[in-house]
Design a binder for this molecule. Structure first.
Ligand code: ATP
Length: 222
């Protein structure tokens, strides 16, 4: 990102939420975005994730400029991302496994159904949900649902993972598992993760921690 500004609302209600933000995230790294509630973390994630259009400044994602990118281009870029947001948005009528497989369909990945199912099952196993792959979300705890959403985001082998508080509902053991998994994906496959989290333990494991305050980058936690 270079010199990014962003506004919400129109007319009298128009407010600037992001002020001249520049940042760089290296391929394969785990970067944490931190800062108080309302400082603009989610806004930045949604700009990188092509979920909002860039209004001012430059956002380059995987070598592509997003400022001025067409809707089609933005859609194509979204297919290369794995997105984990706070609201899990699991389909209530689908099992854990089926919810993960939806992650592949959304990304337009064809291929052998058995291979896909094996990949999804493998991820759910690693995330400690092996016993629950046939459960509907209603029978899963908040943390279990969150892990299904994580598996869904990762199953399509995204180049970039964007995660907003992905470990908020997880205990210490599961949080560390998820972060170690993301770090391993970075090391082995060059997957880049940009994550919003308040969890200090994750800050310690990150390659880079960026702090925001009132929509501006700051030098450190304050
Ligand atoms: N859709 C919107 N319309 C108007 N204002 C918005 C909208 N989304 C965010 N804002 C405002 O922009 C600012 C940044 O919000 P944002 O959600 O990015 O903060 P955050 O750091 O992610 O907060 P939290 O940690 O509470 O999730 C806040 O002042 C918020 O009220």
């Amino acid at each position: 990102m270079q010199g990014v500004n962003h506004w919400f609302g129109d007319g009298e209600a128009r407010r600037q939420a992001i002020f001249d933000v520049s940042l760089e995230v290296t391929r394969g790294s785990l970067t944490v975005l931190a800062g108080p509630s309302g400082c603009g973390k989610t806004t930045l994630l949604t700009l990188v994730g092509c979920l909002r259009s860039v209004q001012d400044g430059s956002v380059r994602l995987l070598g592509t400029e997003l400022h001025g990118a067409s809707a089609m281009k933005q859609q194509a870029m979204r297919r290369r991302l794995g997105v984990i947001f706070q609201a899990h948005n699991l389909h209530e009528s689908l099992t854990a496994l089926q919810n993960v497989l939806v992650g592949l369909q959304v990304h337009g990945r064809g291929g052998d159904a058995d291979v896909q199912e094996a990949a999804a099952t493998h991820l759910l196993n690693i995330l400690g949900l092996g016993e629950r792959i046939t459960y509907l979300p209603a029978r899963l705890s908040g943390g279990e649902k969150q892990r299904v959403a994580i598996a869904r985001a990762l199953v399509s082998n995204p180049a970039v993972v964007l995660a907003d508080e992905p470990t908020a509902a997880l205990d210490r053991h599961s949080s560390l598992l998820v972060v170690r998994m993301l770090k391993a994906l970075g090391r082995d496959r060059g997957v880049t993760t940009l994550m919003v989290t308040h969890d200090d333990r994750i800050h310690q494991l990150a390659d880079q921690v960026l702090f925001l305050r009132d929509g501006r980058m700051t030098a450190g936690a304050n």
